[in-house]
Every structure is written in structure tokens, then in C-alpha cells.
Design a protein around this ligand. Structure first.
Ligand SMILES: [Zn+2]
Length: 131
């Protein structure tokens, strides 16, 4: 797949998810997807992070499967939702639980403990960072 196709693919997954949140959120839900510097994501599990209005992604996410991208972005968008609610203190498990409610889909963890919608460990394993 060419780079522009990969960017189109992740954009489509992202905006499809965002469009599912908009009707559920009380207020404006505006969020952008930003392709970030690879050097900020040195660990195997580092794929994405978020702020109140931005989901930052590591370039390597472009190589991931659709289910992995979906799981990662569902998780990040639930973080964004909580931050927009002013709930900055929240756990990773709470984030997954909210994502599951918003998108009516479960987040699993694969063999590398990366989020996916395909199936795997559920719920988020206890040995992973809790915050
Ligand atoms: Zn998280």
C-alpha cells in the first residue's frame, strides 16, 4: 500500500469513529489526527497519545492492521472524550470501558499488548500501566 493510501485508510477509520462520538457528546467534539515524530515513540507499545483536541500517532501505526488501528484510536478517542469532560485523572481501564460504551465494541490486547478489536486478552491486562 502506498503512503497516501495508508493515510487515507487511517483518516477514514478515525473520522468514522469520531462521527460515532459526536451525537453522544454534550457539546462540540472537535478533534484532529496528527502524524507525529517517530522518535517520540521508542517503545514497542508506543503508537499514539492524545490531548484534549488532538490524537497524535506514530508513523508505524500506518503499517498496522485495520483492527489494531481501530482499537488504538477507540482508546485514544475515549481519552479525548474524558479530557473534554474535564476528567483528566482517569485510568487506562476506565478509558477502555468508556470506549466500549461509545463504540459498542470491545478493546482487546494482542500478543504485544497492543489494542485491537480483533480479539485477544480482555480486559486490559493488569501488568500494563494503569495511567
Ligand atoms: Zn491510554
Amino acid at each position: 500500500m502506498k503512503a497516501d493510501n495508508k493515510i487515507n485508510r487511517i483518516n477514514n477509520i478515525f473520522f468514522d469513529l469520531v462521527n460515532q462520538i459526536i451525537p453522544l457528546f454534550d457539546g462540540e467534539f472537535s478533534v484532529r489526527l496528527v502524524l507525529d515524530d517517530a522518535r517520540k515513540y521508542p517503545k514497542t507499545r508506543d503508537y499514539a497519545m492524545s490531548s484534549v483536541d488532538t490524537v497524535f500517532i506514530a508513523p508505524k501505526i500506518l503499517e498496522a492492521s485495520k483492527n489494531t488501528i481501530e482499537g488504538l484510536l477507540m482508546h485514544e478517542l475515549a481519552h479525548v472524550y474524558l479530557m473534554k469532560m474535564g476528567i483528566h485523572e482517569h485510568s487506562e481501564l476506565q478509558t477502555d470501558q468508556l470506549a466500549e460504551l461509545i463504540f459498542d465494541k470491545k478493546i482487546y490486547y494482542d500478543n504485544n499488548d497492543i489494542q485491537t478489536t480483533k480479539g485477544g486478552k480482555y480486559p486490559r491486562p493488569d501488568y500494563l500501566p494503569k495511567k
